[in-house]
Each structure stands twice: as structure tokens, then as C-alpha cells.
Design a protein around this ligand. Structure first.
Ligand code: HAM
Length: 445
């Protein structure tokens, strides 16, 4: 018997074990990200259309061609969300959560997104995303930590065949040089570009790099490397980001064409790609978007995030995988609060980075300012970050190889020596034990 009604083109049903797998992945990612200090956030699936036009950009394909907009019975112009970042930012600005904030805030979400694109394998009109957004943290290590968070989950799930691509598209101050170089590359070939790209050269040249038309000139040849045109601040940020990725043993490829298809990005951009997925090979995308919150009427706070397409991720996960990665079960970090590292100098910070990396790897939610600050200011910051303990490395302690370990809840302070010949791993393991003793007590109380 033929069904009278079918699922609408580009949508699909997940029934029984398929639905169970999606829910299990969602839950596992939620637990995983919680151990890095992320909290859940739920926002509506539809918003004012103008929110998306403003945040994502009116020259992007997502807004120009793919948005599902509609007018409600009162004539309001609304749209189904094509992605999660704009709604999360709107919610935080509206609830004043970021007002006066230098307090870090980290959120994760999961749910359906809608884009009117041509359906094909791995590309749907309703699809699911799991995403994270992190606010008020500007240091490049946060960018690397975000990449690490998902890379380590994938590895735990037995997926190691993906490629991590990274780039930096600079800040508004140095973007001008990059867009001028792109315009120069394409202006002489305008007649070989597709109609959309001819318009984009003047309006928004970065978007030419997202063109999907196969024989458009924009697809051919090299493009100017943004990295060479970055201001000193953005270049330094990018170098340090890559340095942290290396310290975290994440293999990456620098991709000069990686500008991402949404206008809000600044500095760091990244994507995870798998050849196992065929044409729709990118299964995760993200980056920094330091200007978006202020554009939406909030304070000027830095932000960074990523979203993974669950439909594509599930196509990568082996069907026999029943237990998705968990971190709590390993006695790792708890969302009770982070461990804050305070440094008396840049030299102290550099020496302890291998220790931080080990703490992070063992599941401790660790934060440090990433730029020179007075110790007193850093301790205030630790309070804002809901730290359960602070590890203070004064300049003179670098020589003596010891740290002050302060239980931030009781105020107790002890010195922990980094003994001669001890590896960063062993020293980090000692610190992790002390931190866990506090977080376990916190979770019980
Ligand atoms: P995006 O790259 O547009 O980024 O989407 C992220 C992921 O969603 C893609 O890598 C892909 O797996 C999945 N996806 C996108 N479109 C479709 C589709 N039509 N069918 C199936 N899966 C799809 C964003 O959405 C940003 N909001 C990510 C972000 C968060 N950046 C900062 N914070």
C-alpha cells in the first residue's frame, strides 16, 4: 500500500535504533563538554528573520538562498534557525547574562536546524547540530582547547581519520588588506566568475571563497594567504593557537581558503573534514566571533564556538559502537568549577604549559589568563571563573620549581614542589589528584 503522506523533501525520520544512536551521541557530547565547564542552553527553533540577516550576513548563501522565512498571523517576519550561534547570542544579550561580564561563560546546545539547500547524501533541509559557544575568553589556548575538546571525543569514539583544517581571517582592522588582495586577484577575471561571485567581489569578497559553482574562476589557483596580511596581534594569536594545537598533539593543516560561510567570524577559523563522507566532507565548523555580541546590542566580549552536524557525525561512527565516550566515569573533571592557573611572568607561563596540557588531557577544566596580568587581578578573575582552586606560579617559584596550591573554597594554601627529574605528566598527575579531591567534595556538598 502506498503511503498517503511522505516526509517532506530534505527531511527524514529516525526510528528506533537510529533515533537511539542520535540521542546517545548527543548525550555523550553533552557530558564530554560539561567536563570542560560547559552548561546546557535551549533556545527557540524560530527567531526574528533580522537576527540571522544581521549575524550571519546578507551576502552569505545561508541568508540569500537557504533561509526558511515566513510571516506569522500578525505579520512578523520570522525564520527557522539555520544554525545555533545567532540564537544563543541573542538569548545571552537579552537575558543580560553578559552585562559587565568578564566572567567566562560556556554553553552547549543540540537540536534541529533548517536550510533550504539541494538535498543529497549528508545534506538535509532539516538536520541536527550539536554546538558549543564560549564567551569572555580571548586567549588563543581557548581556541586550541575547543579543537581539543571534539578531537579527543572523536578519538575516544575510535575515529581518527579526520583532518583538522585551520586558518585565521584576522580582525576588522587587518581584514581590509586581505579583502583588497582578494579583490585584486579576481577583478581582472570578472568575466570568468559566476554571476554571484561578480557581485561578491565588491560587496563581500570573502564570500567568493565559499562559491560552490564548479567552473567558476574563484575555484581555480592560489588565493592570497590571509596569514601574511594579519596585523601583529592577529598573527601572534594565530601562531600561539597553532603552538597549542601542537602541544596537544593535534595534527592540522593550514588552509588559506578556509574563511567559513558565515560573516561573523574573526581571527581563528577551523573545520573537521572526513573523506569517508563523500561530497559533504566537512562535518564540523567553528571559529572566533569577537564582534557579534556587541553587534547584537550586548557588551564587547570575545567569543568562540563550533558546531558538529550530527547526521554527518553518525555516518562516521561505526554502527557497532554501543557506548559513546564518557568522561565522568573516568573520574575526570566535574562541572563544579575550574582550576585556575595564575602566573607571575610570561616565563612562568611558558614553563608550565606542558603541565596545563597534561591537566587538560586528564579531564581537568583548567583556565589561565593567557596574557600578562598582576597576580591580584588574576585571583579576582579566578573568583569570576568559579575556580575551585588556584595554582599560583610566582616568578621566583620558577627558579625553585614549586607552586602555591590554594583551595579557593577553604582558603587553605600549600606549596607543591616540582621535583628534579619529574616529568610534566607526573607533576600534573599530583596536581590533578589534589584538584579532584576538591571537586569531589564540592559535588558531594
Ligand atoms: P556550519 O559550518 O554552517 O557552522 O555548520 C556546522 C555543521 O553543520 C557542518 O559542518 C555540517 O556538519 C552541518 N550541516 C550544515 N548544513 C547541513 C545540511 N544542510 N545538512 C546536514 N548537515 C549540515 C555553523 O552552523 C556555525 N554556527 C558553527 C559555529 C558555532 N561557529 C561558531 N559557533
Amino acid at each position: 500500500m502506498k503511503a498517503k503522506y511522505n516526509a517532506v523533501r530534505g527531511t527524514r525520520d529516525l526510528i528506533g535504533k537510529d533515533a537511539r544512536r542520535l540521542l546517545a551521541v548527543e548525550r555523550s557530547l553533552g557530558d564530554w563538554c560539561s567536563s570542560f565547564g560547559y552548561e546546557p542552553i535551549l533556545t527557540p527553533v524560530f527567531e526574528e528573520e533580522a537576527l540571522f540577516t544581521r549575524s550571519i550576513g546578507d551576502a552569505t548563501d545561508v541568508v540569500r538562498k537557504e533561509i526558511y522565512q515566513f510571516t506569522d498571523k500578525k505579520g512578523r517576519k520570522l525564520a527557522l534557525r539555520p544554525e545555533g550561534t545567532a540564537g544563543v547570542c541573542r538569548a545571552l544579550v537579552q537575558s543580560m547574562k553578559l552585562a559587565g561580564a568578564m566572567t567566562r561563560q560556556r554553553y552547549f546546545y543540540s537540536g534541529p536546524m533548517f536550510r533550504y539547500d539541494r538535498p543529497q547524501a549528508g545534506r538535509y533541509r532539516q538536520f541536527s547540530q550539536f554546538g558549543v559557544e564560549c564567551f569572555c575568553e580571548s586567549g588563543p589556548y581557548v581556541d586550541a582547547e575547543q579543537v581539543y575538546m571534539i578531537d579527543s571525543w572523536l578519538r575516544q569514539a575510535g575515529l581518527a581519520d579526520h583532518e583538522v583544517r585551520v586558518n585565521s581571517i584576522g580582525c576588522p582592522a587587518c581584514r581590509g588588506g586581505f579583502t583588497a588582495a582578494l579583490q585584486e586577484r579576481w577583478r581582472g577575471h570578472a568575466d570568468e566568475l559566476c554571476g554571484d561571485c561578480r557581485e561578491r567581489i565588491e560587496k563581500n569578497p570573502l564570500r567568493v571563497l565559499d562559491c560552490k559553482v564548479p567552473d567558476c574562476y574563484s575555484q581555480r589557483g592560489e588565493v592570497p594567504a590571509a596569514e601574511k596580511l594579519l596585523c601583529a596581534c592577529c598573527a601572534g594569536h594565530f601562531q600561539r593557537f597553532k603552538g597549542f594545537l601542537e602541544a596537544l598533539e593535534i595534527k592540522y593543516r593550514q588552509d588559506d581558503r578556509l574563511v567559513r560561510g558565515l560573516d561573523y567570524y574573526t581571527q581563528t577559523t577551523f573545520e573537521f573534514v572526513s573523506t569517508a563522507l563523500g561530497a559533504q566532507s566537512a562535518f564540523l565548523g567553528g571559529g572566533r566571533y569577537d564582534g557579534l555580541i556587541s553587534q547584537l546590542g550586548g557588551p564587547s566580549v570575545p567569543a568562540i564556538g563550533w558546531a558538529v552536524g550530527l547526521d554527518r557525525l553518525l555516518a562516521l561512527v561505526p554502527p557497532e559502537l554501543a557506548n559513546f565516550p564518557r568522561r565522568y566515569a573516568q573520574g575526570a573533571g566535574f562541572p563544579a568549577g575550574c582550576c585556575y592557573m595564575a602566573f607571575g611572568s610570561g616565563e612562568a607561563e611558558a614553563k608550565y604549559i606542558p603541565v596545563i596540557i597534561q591537566l587538560l588531557k586528564s579531564g581537568i577544566d583548567v583556565h589561565w589568563p593567557g596574557k600578562p596580568e598582576k597576580i591580584g587581578k588574576q585571583l579576582k578573575d579566578a573568583n569570576n571563573f568559579n575556580a575551585v582552586c588556584v595554582i599560583i606560579v610566582h616568578e621566583n617559584e620558577v627558579q625553585g620549581n614549586a607552586v602555591q596550591f590554594k583551595n579557593f573554597k577553604t582558603g587553605d594554601m600549600v606549596q607543591v614542589a616540582w621535583e628534579a627529574g619529574q616529568s610534566p605528566e607526573t607533576f600534573a598527575a599530583r596536581l590533578a589528584e589534589k584538584i579532584r579531591a576538591i571537586t569531589h567534595a564540592e559535588c558531594r556538598s
